[in-house]
Design a protein around this ligand. Structure first.
Ligand code: SF4
Ligand SMILES: [Zn+2]
Length: 318
């Protein structure tokens, strides 16, 4: 672990280093996309994601940049259904849909409970609906929403890391027991869950980053999640850039992401995906970047290890 560990991860310190938010419209999602995702059945099927414009999350996690596209106040009743309706009009038909709201779907200051019936009716016809939530909001309201849905509900939860000290420093106000209790609650009620896991959060070396991501995958599956998503940590939210300057945070390497993905797939405990957003950030070698991106995409889709040619950049490393 890096020696330069200062206790800077308070709300105030994180907020003080932020830039400005992007202008957003409470009646339009700030983005949407469609991508193939491997299903538990083994098929790779089109999955849509709607990035809902919503009120800022009440937590201020050290690594989070989702606040950039949020509002300062709750959005009015009716705004979230209007956003979903708008996005579904633009989007090709898909079987599975993620509704990501830059916070917790079950936080009633984010998604008004009064909107649940309209949202549920808009989602008729989807096989799977995936939403995200902090463990703190996983309670009876999940069941209330699930009971209105005609689709399978899956809840994505940020475990982030099982490293106790780093998890505390991430300022997420969660413990691994909170995570595990939430997953067990969902499982008991027939709701699947998936875990977001960070690769190399601040204060860890590259090797430690790999080991703790692997331990986090082990923990998430043992708690009962059906799927893990490994996210290489980025800068860009102000606080992380500051930690980069001080040497407390370094971008993970793309080959570490490959190693963790291979580890997770080899466990055969459930689906394991690598987040593929902007992977060029994690490589300095133009000779193998494309091959590595293709390899990660293929492993995501097929859940099988793909052979990799060695690149000269590896022989140059000690
Ligand atoms: S709980 Fe999630 S959305 Fe909220 S600040 Fe943390 S990472 Fe961001
Ligand atoms: Zn290379």
């Amino acid at each position: 672990m890096s020696d330069q560990r200062k206790s800077v991860t308070t709300d105030k310190w994180i907020l003080d280093h932020r830039g400005t938010k992007n202008p957003v419209d409470p009646f339009k999602p700030y983005a949407w996309l469609v991508e193939k995702e491997r299903q538990p059945s083994g098929k790779a099927e089109d999955t849509g994601t709607i990035f809902l414009t919503n009120m800022e999350c009440p937590f201020h996690c050290l690594m989070c940049d989702l606040w950039k596209n949020t509002t300062d106040r709750p959005v009015p009743v009716g705004a979230i259904p209007a956003q979903i309706e708008w996005a579904l009009e633009q989007m090709p038909q898909v079987k599975h849909l993620k509704l990501y709201n830059s916070g917790s779907f079950f936080d009633d200051r984010a998604i008004p409970v009064a909107d649940y019936p309209k949202i549920a009716s808009l989602l008729t016809g989807f096989e799977t609906v995936i939403i995200e939530s902090h463990p703190k909001f996983i309670d009876g309201s999940c069941l209330q929403f699930r009971n209105m849905l005609h689709s399978d509900l899956q809840v994505a939860i940020g475990l982030e890391t099982v490293h106790p000290e780093i998890l505390r420093k991430l300022n997420k106000h969660v413990t691994i027991d909170n995570f595990s209790d939430s997953v067990k609650f969902l499982t008991r009620n027939g709701i699947r869950s998936r875990a977001f896991i960070l690769l190399r959060p601040p204060y860890l070396t590259e090797a430690e980053g790999i080991v703790w991501a692997q331990k986090s995958i082990d923990f998430a599956f043992s708690a009962g999640v059906e799927c893990c998503i490994v996210i290489p940590v980025r800068a860009g939210n102000g606080a992380m850039d500051e930690l980069m300057k001080s040497g407390d945070f370094h971008l993970p390497k793309i080959k570490s992401l490959e190693s963790v993905l291979e580890y997770g797939i080899n466990l055969n405990a459930g689906r394991v995906f690598a987040d593929v957003w902007d992977l060029g950030l994690f490589s300095t070698c133009p000779d193998c970047l494309e091959q590595r991106i293709n390899r990660i995409n293929a492993m995501n889709l097929n859940q099988e290890i793909v052979f990799r040619e060695k690149c000269s950049c590896e022989t140059m490393e000690i």
